[in-house]
Write a protein that binds this ligand. Sequence first.
Ligand code: NAG
Ligand code: NAG
Ligand code: NAG
Ligand code: NAG
Ligand code: NAG
Ligand code: NAG
Ligand code: NAG
Length: 574
Amino acid sequence: MVQSTSWFLSLALAHFALAGSSSYIARSLQYHEARSSMPSGFTSLGPASPDQTLKLRFALSQTDPEGLISALYDVSDPASPNYGKHLSKVETERFVVPKPAAVNAVNAWLREHNISGTASSPAGDWISFQLPVSQANELFSANFNTFKDSRAGIDVVRTMAYALPPELQGHVDFVHPTVSFATPASGHKSVHVKRTLVDATKRDNVPAACVNGTTPTCLQYVYKIPATPAVHKDNQLGVTGRQGGIAGYSFLETFLETLRPDIDPSTNFTVIGIDGGSNNNSLPGVSEGNLDIQYTVGIATGVPVVYVFVGEQNQDGEYDGWLDEVNYLLAQENPPQVMTSSWGAYEESQYSQPVTERLCQAYAQLGARGVSLLVASLDEGVGCSPANITNFEATFPSNCPYVTSVGGTINYDPEEGWFASSGGFTNYFPTPDYQKSAVSAWLEKYGSQNAGRYNASGRGFPDISALASGYPIYEGFWFDEAGTSAASPVVASMLALVNDRLESAGKPPLGWLNPLLYSEKGIAALTDIVSGNSSITCTEDDQSPRGFDAVPGWDPVTGLGTPSFDKLLELAGL
Ligand SMILES: *[C@@H]1O[C@H](CO)[C@@H](O)[C@H](O)[C@H]1NC(C)=O
Ligand SMILES: *[C@@H]1O[C@H](CO)[C@@H](O)[C@H](O)[C@H]1NC(C)=O
Ligand SMILES: *[C@@H]1O[C@H](CO)[C@@H](O)[C@H](O)[C@H]1NC(C)=O
Ligand SMILES: *[C@@H]1O[C@H](CO)[C@@H](O)[C@H](O)[C@H]1NC(C)=O
Ligand SMILES: *[C@@H]1O[C@H](CO)[C@@H](O)[C@H](O)[C@H]1NC(C)=O
Ligand SMILES: *[C@@H]1O[C@H](CO)[C@@H](O)[C@H](O)[C@H]1NC(C)=O
Ligand SMILES: *[C@@H]1O[C@H](CO)[C@@H](O)[C@H](O)[C@H]1NC(C)=O
């Protein structure tokens, strides 16, 4: 699955890419990766200082990446005799350990250049090393520049193109960070969504359980979620935290006291800090952390919640945070059986394809080990990427076929597609088999809407959805939150409660869900959302709404529909 691309750049582009290093221009270089333009929001401040230390990583060529994907399907497809027979850490790593020849080539090359490398993933398929900019420019025929990221207000060092030394070709899939320009992770607070977040409780047909908004009581009613506590302490629910996503301990206590008076208000969560991250309650936060924690601890009654909080110590741009998080999880013998993440980014304007594929493949490793990875589809409708306002742009990590992407709904009876629910089609991954029939049914009937603005042969997302509007959260005061950021924690909480019962029945956890969800039984277990749309406007200048409709069957607003706990239990064979 992981392929590295090589191509020749035209002279004009080479000149642009390597401006300032005239000695390279005459050479006919075969670049390993290159980008033709900077993403919008970035400006070059000129060549990086030659002495500046760069932290780079090699993605080594793996032993059997296709074997990993076969193994993932083998344990996740309900039609397979090995369904639920998840792989251990060691069994999974066998597929992704680097080829011995790759290890030898990289070690010899590092020695030759007096650079020390360290394995930075449990399987050793990533090697980290440091070197000065001058040496990196020379060894990779690169031109590392300092770029200002005006949105994040930070400087990053990147190159527009680089070549792999001949000794490393075939052994190293790519070097990172080089041509990927990602801004630091964004939570659900979208700067592009201009429509006001409508208060769901001001609508018609509000059930009595939802008069105070999309509270735990309301969610328990709408999705039939039990209030009875889970019993197994080794059945965990992991929540991704990012810099700024502080979750307040005392806020949670007040939240539980008020909205879950039936449980102990001192019910707590544990924190795992990565890259210097800590859920330091003395620091100011954005509401993402409180939302994610209040609607996991408050919904997954009795399930131990682990807040996996990624700091920025090891990061030069956002990607390294994703990488360090997944490598942390892969290093655990028993990672949380369900993970939810409400953070993400635009696919193409921020990440190169090989880089995205490698991370997606790490998610496949978690899936093979029985982890359900849920991610918010984000709150940008069909995408308002500053890079190209004409075409729609998919979001990461929802573009990865091995995660379950959760979109959003609004209203209770019936639920309708939420106007900012991100969805569409990726340019980076082809439509996976499990969703081919659902997606082609949509394409056939509704695909002419926005034709040409999306990639009809890409993976479609989201896969499922849940309420994304009217969530009261507490952070010293009460206010209503909206977003797929709320939907993903709720679905994750439901799955964690199902896993608790599976464990009681002596059965394995749900693991990677998609083949099950898109099976005939899976589709029947979800509530199809058939009205509403994801039509948002993007900028002050462009006021024409763009989006898709929620329609019968799978659609790129609400996926297959919303879950109901009783039907999930049945689907899980309970
Ligand atoms: C290799 O690096 C070490 C430590 O960085 C330095 O002391 C040594 O002189 C270097 N050797 C060569 C041959 O560059
Ligand atoms: C709504 O809030 C009021 C005031 O806190 C409370 O008395 C009532 O039980 C709540 N109703 C529901 C359905 O949550
Ligand atoms: C929850 O855990 C944190 C960190 O250990 C602690 O500071 C806080 O007091 C705990 N909250 C309660 C209600 O026990
Ligand atoms: C938390 O942040 C405060 C304010 O910056 C700082 O003084 C304190 O040392 C931090 N605590 C930890 C444990 O890092
Ligand atoms: C945006 O996409 C359209 C349609 O593919 C294309 O014609 C246009 O050149 C793109 N604009 C930019 C700035 O990439
Ligand atoms: C559309 O998706 C397919 C399948 O992933 C891919 O091969 C193709 O390059 C994509 N098209 C564009 C314009 O990116
Ligand atoms: C999308 O839904 C809104 C109501 O939420 C409606 O006003 C609008 O007309 C719909 N747009 C399209 C293109 O169907």
